[in-house]
Design a protein around this ligand. Structure first.
Ligand code: FAD
Ligand code: NAI
Length: 475
């Protein structure tokens, strides 16, 4: 049986499912193929993000933060908790329920938007500018055809040579989100986004966490001042971050993992851990697509090669999200998905890479958009900086979370906002104002002149904007 579509999307993660919905909204007869299975073998669309990424990690970050507050934080509010216990099985069960709600939500959205969903692996059979034949291999085998194909097959965790993931002792993000007993000693290789988020979860639940990072600087891509503050705060919480290490042999025993490494001074160590998370980045996933069979070009790092519009080398074949260049973020994948659907419709979809926000959901959160101070220096841009600490913000004091700051970077001549960097409470929400401001090419004075509700954390944003002109009012 052949089914003919205007647009077929391969991959149902945030890039793919959003592209499919937007294409359907634009009037295209659209299908989405996704192979992710839930524990019963049924469909679980939403990709890495929904199943083993953004959503379950944030569920566990929330639960573990509640636990930490109950064990330490509530006391200063005069709330005494006696007999506090951890039911990890229930915590993991809640996380799984949150994931399932998101899987079901996507299936509902497909129905609502009349997107045909195929559960299985999609691979190219043949095709040209007139259309493509795609085989779906899954519960039911079928071949469908498409005038346009959007590839959104995502990414996989990168393994360290000689230390393959077994998800029992050596864990990728998948295993790190499902540990059934809090490890006494947890090793984490890579102090990137996953290392810090998952390290925080298990530390809060009682693990002694050692993070081993190859680079000599902490969060090298983050504004230096913010990264230093974040390092200080996370270290104070008990996350032991070792920078400049060189990982040697990793051996697994019956119930433990040993990691040989040298520290920044060249001294040799062996770390003994109950579990080891390896979070050293992710690699693009093109397994099973038959890219080579149809001549779909990959770049030297294995990403599908695309131009600025997400066009591949094949006519009417597009690619979005983690499988192409650029930051591996769910919202970047979504924006590309929408833009491609709109381009197929002859519209002018656009993604502004300079205003894609980043958030690391540690406590305090770290969030930024635009250029860092070190980038501006390297580019020779003349800039002004303004910072404001949450310590001087009334709402932060009332919350009992005064750590961190907001930092503005603005052009020295025009005052246009070039970057905003936050480490502090609810930075993930606060950063939106900066994104909007930068999209509208606002000046720091624009933000400084806008009325912000009192008392609110957003007043720290306004004050940092005022500080660019050295006229913060509350500091
Ligand atoms: P994916 O989400 O990887 O989806 C690809 C889908 O395609 C998968 O379902 C896969 O099974 C399917 N697929 C692959 N090949 C085929 C095929 N041949 N046929 C059919 N189906 C196929 N990003 C954020 O922005 N915020 C966060 O808080 C965040 N947290 C994260 C936490 C963790 C632990 C991890 C690992 C990642 C996190 N990310 C976060 C990154 C985010 O998950 C990715 O950037 C995002 O999922 C990329 O979306 P995508 O659609 O490109 O690919
Ligand atoms: P990452 O790129 O954020 O960090 C990897 C870290 O590992 C880097 O600091 C790197 O220097 C280090 N490293 C690399 N090789 C090493 C080695 N051999 N020994 C020791 N350290 C080594 O990658 P991560 O944490 O795996 O996450 C992958 C991606 O997933 C992120 O880059 C991000 O795009 C996405 N993500 C986003 C989240 C968010 O938006 N909140 C949360 C989690 C993941």
């Amino acid at each position: 049986m052949s089914k003919n579509f205007d647009v077929v999307v391969i991959g149902g993660g945030p890039g793919g499912y959003i592209a499919a919905i937007r294409a359907a909204q634009l009037g295209f007869n659209t299908a989405c193929i996704d192979e992710w299975k839930n524990e019963k073998g049924g469909p679980a669309p939403g990709g890495t993000c929904t199943n083993v990424g953004c959503i379950p990690s944030k569920a566990l970050l929330q639960s573990s933060e509640h636990y930490e507050h109950a064990s330490h934080g509530f006391a200063e509010h005069g709330i005494e908790v006696k007999g506090l216990g951890l039911n990890l099985e229930k915590m993991l069960g809640r996380k799984n329920t949150v994931v399932k709600q998101n899987n079901d939500g996507i299936l509902y959205l497909f129905k609502k938007n009349k997107v045909a969903f195929f559960h299985g692996r999609g691979s190219f059979v043949k095709g040209d500018a007139n259309g493509y034949e795609i085989k779906v291999a899954g519960a039911a085998e079928e071949t469908i055809t498409a005038k346009h194909v959007i590839v959104a097959t995502g990414s996989n965790a990168r393994a360290l040579p000689g230390a393959e993931f077994d998800e029992k002792l050596i864990l990728s993000n998948t295993g790190a989100l499902s540990i059934t007993e809090v490890p006494k000693k947890l090793g984490v290789i890579g102090a990137g986004v996953i290392g810090l988020e998952m390290g925080s979860v298990w530390r809060r639940l009682g693990a002694e966490v050692t993070v081993l990072e190859a680079l000599p600087t902490f969060l090298g891509a983050v504004d230096e001042q913010i990264a230093k503050e974040a390092q200080k705060l996370l270290t104070k919480q008990g996350l032991a971050v070792n920078l400049g290490v060189k990982i040697g042999t990793i051996k697994t025993g019956k119930n433990s993992v040993s990691v040989e490494y040298t520290d920044a001074k060249g001294e040799a160590h062996t770390g003994e851990f109950d579990k080891l998370i390896i979070s050293i980045g992710r690699t693009p996933n093109t397994i099973g697509l038959n890219a080579e069979g149809v001549g779909l070009k990959l770049d030297e790092r294995g990403f599908i090669a695309v131009d600025g519009d997400c066009k591949t080398n094949l006519p009417n074949v597009w690619a979005v999200g983690d499988v192409v260049r650029g930051p591996m973020l769910a919202h970047k994948a979504e924006e590309e998905g929408v833009a491609v659907a709109e381009r197929i419709a002859g519209q002018h979809g656009h993604v502004n890479f300079n205003t894609i926000p980043w958030v690391i959901y540690t406590s305090p959160e770290i969030a930024w958009v635009g250029k860092t101070e070190q980038q501006l220096k390297a580019e020779g841009v003349q800039y002004k900086a303004g910072t404001f600490p949450f310590l001087a913000n009334g709402r932060a004091r009332a919350l009992g979370d005064t750590s961190g700051m907001v930092k503005f970077l603005a052009d020295a001549k025009t005052d246009e906002i070039l970057g905003v960097h936050i480490v502090g409470p609810m930075a993930s929400e606060l950063i939106s104002e900066a994104v909007v401001a930068m999209e509208f090419r606002a000046s720091s004075e624009d933000i400084a002149r806008i009325c912000h509700a009192h008392p609110s954390l957003s007043e720290a944003t306004k004050e940092a904007a005022l500080a660019v002109d050295k006229r913060a009012l509350n500091f």
